[in-house]
Design a protein around this ligand. Sequence first.
Ligand code: MEZ
Length: 565
Amino acid sequence: KNDLASFHKEMGGCKSCHTQPGKVSDSETYENQQCKSCHGEYSALANPKLKLDPHASHLGDINCTSCHKGHEKPKLYCNECHSFKGLEMPFNSAKTKEPWDKGWDNDAISKAIAAGPKETTDVIVVGAGSAGFNAAIAAKKAGAQVVLLEKGPFSGGNSMLAAGGYNAVGTTQQKEHKVDDKIEWFVEDTMKGGRYANDPKLVQILAEQSAEGIKWLESLGANMDDLKRSGGARVDRTHRPTGGLSVGPHIIDVLRKASVKEGIDTRLNSKVVKLVVDEDQKIVGVVVHGKHSDHYMIAAKSVVLATGGYGFNKEMVAFYRPTFKGMTSSNNITSTGDGIELAKAIGASMTDIDWVQAHPTVGKDSRILISETVRGVGAIMVNKDGNRFVSELTTRDKASDAILKQPEQYAWLVFDNELYKKAKMVQGYDHLDMLEKANTIAELAKITGMKDNALEKTISNYNRYFKQGKDEDFAREQMPLPLEKAPFYAVKVAPGIHHTMGGVAIDTKAEVLDIQSKPLVGLFAAGEVTGGVHGYNRLGGNAVADTVIFGKIAGTNAAKHALET
Ligand code: MEZ
C-alpha cells in the first residue's frame, strides 16, 4: 500500500506514530507530536524557495494530520478555498476513505444517550473559532471545567479567515490617533447599517463592551494597534494588528495559545451531533461523534454554541435566501449551520434567519475575500468599462447590489503603488496572483479590457476630488490616498456570501431563547450562530467584535450557571 502508514511501518513499525495501534485520540495529539519530533516544526519545514508553502500559511500551527493522512490519501487543505496547482503531496496515490463525519446516525446517537455520559464537565463549548475560544477562556477563568469541541481537524473556524478588524469605541488606540468617537455613534452606525432590524439591547452591549474586548485580547497577547475605517462607520474604529495584517489569523493564534495556557481540554475532529435535555428541557450534555472515538455523551449543565453561520451550506442558503442560490462563498468549509440545526431540534427560536450578507468584493470566480480594508485605505471601484458607480465606503448590501446591477455583474478594485506598499494584505493577493499590474493607467485599462480613456478620466476626476476633499460623484466620505504612483493595480471582484446575520435568538446574557422567548436553561450561544446583533446587514469589523464580546459573555454566564445550580 502506498500510504504514509505503510512507509513508516517499514521504518519503525506502528510505534513510529502510535502508542498502540487502534488507540488514537480524536485530536491525534500523540501522532502529531511524533511527526514533529522527527520532522521538526513548520518553521523548519517551510521552504523559502517555494512561492507558496502550506507549512507557512495563515492556518498557523495546525495538526500535521490535517493534511497528511496515515492510512489514506493526503488532503491539501488549502485547496478547499484556493486552487493551487502543482503542489504535489507525498503518497498522493493512496486510497481515499469515506469521510468519518458523513451524515447523522440517529441510532448511534440514541445508543450514546442510553449508555449515559462517559464523562462530566461544567461547560461544553461547541466550535473553536473566536467566539468558542473566548467563551472557553472566559468560562475557565470563571472557575469552570471546560471541554471545547471542534469538528474540524484544526481550530480557527471562520474567524481564522477574518481579514478586516475589530470595531471598538473609546480605546487607547483611538485616543492616540485623536479619533473622536462615541458609544452612541457606534450604536447608531450599527443600527443604521442593519436597517434598524437589530436588537438594540445587544447592539448597546456590543458598543459598550467593545473597548474592554480589545483590552482582553491584548491581555492574552494580541496586537490591535492599527486603526482604519470600515464601510458604514463614521470614524476610524476598526482595530487590527500593526502593519495592516489580517486580524483573524492573528487573534486565532493568540487564542489558541491562551487556551493551552489555561489548560482547556480542546478536542479536534469532534463533532457535536445532539444537545441532550432532560424532561424539563434543561441542558444535561451533548453527544459527540469523534473521528476515532465514535459516539459518546458528555454531561454538563451548560453548553455554549459557537458553531458559526451557515454561509458554506449551499442547501441552507438556497432555502433561506433563494436569490443567493449558487453564489460563491468566502466562508470556511466548517460554516455549515450545525448549531442552528442542533438548537432548532430542542425548540430554540430563530431571529432573522433568512438574512444573508453578500460581501461585494470576493475575488471573481474564487473564494478569496478581497478585504474591505483595500477600499478603506484608498482603492476605488470601477465597473468593467472603467467607471465608478457607487461610493466605495457604502455598506456591503448596497455595494453588492450596485455591482450586481453593473454589466456582467463584476467590478475592479483599482489602486496604486502607495497603497500596495501600505497594506500588507494586498501584497498577499499579489502573492496569490490575483492582481493585474501595469506601469500606466492606460496600460492597466488595456489589460483589464476597460473602455478607451474611461479609467484615465475616472482616476483624474478622483484625484481632483481627493485634492479638494469632496467626492462630487458619489460623496465618498473618506479619500485617504490619490492614485498617482506607478505601478497601478487592479483586482477583479464580485459579490460572494460572507455572513449569515440570522441565527438562534439570544438575550443579553447570551442565553438561547425558546419560541416563547424564555431561556432554554443551560444553553448559551455567541457569534455568527446567533441572530439579532447585526439586523439585516452586518458592518465590517462588527463580527470579530461580536465573537469576542458575546463569546466572553456566554462563557462567563455558562460558568456561572454550571457552578451555581
Ligand atoms: O468584518 C468583516 O467581515 C470584514 C471587515 C471583512 C473585510 O472585508 O475585511
